[in-house]
Design a protein around this ligand. Structure first.
Ligand SMILES: NC(=O)C1=CN([C@@H]2O[C@H](COP(=O)(O)OP(=O)(O)OC[C@H]3O[C@@H](n4cnc5c(N)ncnc54)[C@H](O)[C@@H]3O)[C@@H](O)[C@H]2O)C=CC1
Ligand SMILES: O=C([O-])CC(=O)C(=O)O
Length: 271
């Protein structure tokens, strides 16, 4: 981060990336440079997408390899792309010492990916809570002994693979299976698993519900210190209703917290 502002790196140029940039700009962060990693061949589409973003005048650049992104030396990178992007980009970013926040948390349900990130043991690795909330309470309750954690995710039928219009139980099983089978819809299952009793003991129910206009996340748990029941009702992103707007705000919030010490230093220097 220079005295003038933040050099933000993003992986992905879809709905969540747009929300992250708008949220940071609205929060008063001056994004001086924006480096956006897209899939090879998607550079022009990425550049078009960025023209619609609320960047506050950032100088933007679209690249298509993680090596180029690393060479540009962003202050922090937000992954807003896919589980595959976590696997292929995040270990290199962390190995290069770059602060990185992930949204595609379901990637960690794959033991090989988890192991590759664990080996790096970087304090610069952040997991956004995404579309859900209450993970602090769940992880605190874990210390008292969790005996049951159930996550239920409901979205309108059109937001599930295959579309349709009717009520349907899309999936019932473990958080590991949910996160790997529904990479665009069940990252929250992975987040709940990581905060609570793990990928194999967390029970997941995914429902296509025509009564829903929002994306609803319900968590219940039983522990030694508390029983918990909480519910988050996320407004779908206009460009991609599968993704709740909360998820992008969550990535922006992690970025804000990570850069805050630097912002405070700048404020002290300027005032
Ligand atoms: N933790 C959470 O609560 C949530 C996490 N997510 C994750 O965030 C991701 C992004 O969500 P949206 O922006 O709504 O999706 P989107 O489909 O609007 O945009 C994703 C963009 O990333 C690009 N992309 C995918 N893999 C890439 C790679 N390896 N390198 C560069 N670009 C790549 C795609 O081409 C697409 O343009 C989802 O795919 C999902 O994995 C989504 C919703 C909630
Ligand atoms: O955005 C949401 O509501 C949740 C979601 O897609 C996910 O968990 O992957």
């Amino acid at each position: 981060m220079t005295k003038e502002g933040l050099h933000l790196g993003l992986i992905g140029s879809g709905s969540m990336a747009a929300t992250v940039v708008a949220a940071l700009t609205d929060a008063g962060v001056r994004i001086e440079r924006l480096s956006v990693l897209v899939r090879p061949g998607r550079e022009a589409a990425g550049e078009d997408a960025i023209t619609e973003w609320k960047t506050g005048g950032a100088v933007s650049r679209v690249i298509s390899s993680v090596e180029e992104l690393i060479a540009l030396e962003p202050d922090i990178v937000g992954e807003c792309a896919s589980q595959q992007a976590v696997a292929s980009c995040v270990p290199s970013l962390l190995a290069a010492g770059i602060e990185t926040v992930i949204a595609s948390v379901g990637a960690l349900a794959d033991p090989d990916i988890l192991a590759s990130l664990y080996q790096i043991r970087s304090e610069k690795f952040h997991i956004a809570t995404g579309a859900v909330a209450g993970m602090d309470g769940l992880s605190a309750a874990r210390l008292s002994g969790l005996t049951e954690v159930v996550y239920t995710g409901r979205k309108p039928p059109s937001s599930w693979p295959g579309g349709g219009t009717d009520y349907a139980i899309i999936f019932k099983g473990s958080a590991r299976e949910a996160a790997l089978q529904f990479p665009k819809n069940a990252n929250v299952a992975a987040t709940v698993a990581l905060a609570g009793i793990g990928f194999d003991r967390t029970q997941v129910l995914l429902i296509a519900d025509p009564e829903c206009s929002n994306n609803v996340h319900e968590i219940s748990f039983v522990s030694g210190c508390a029983r918990g029941n909480f519910r988050m009702e996320g407004v779908p992103s206009p460009d991609n209703p599968k993704t709740s707007l909360t998820a992008g705000y969550s990535v922006a919030n992690v970025i804000l917290n990570a850069i805050r010490p630097v912002l405070q230093t700048i404020a002290r220097n300027v005032v």
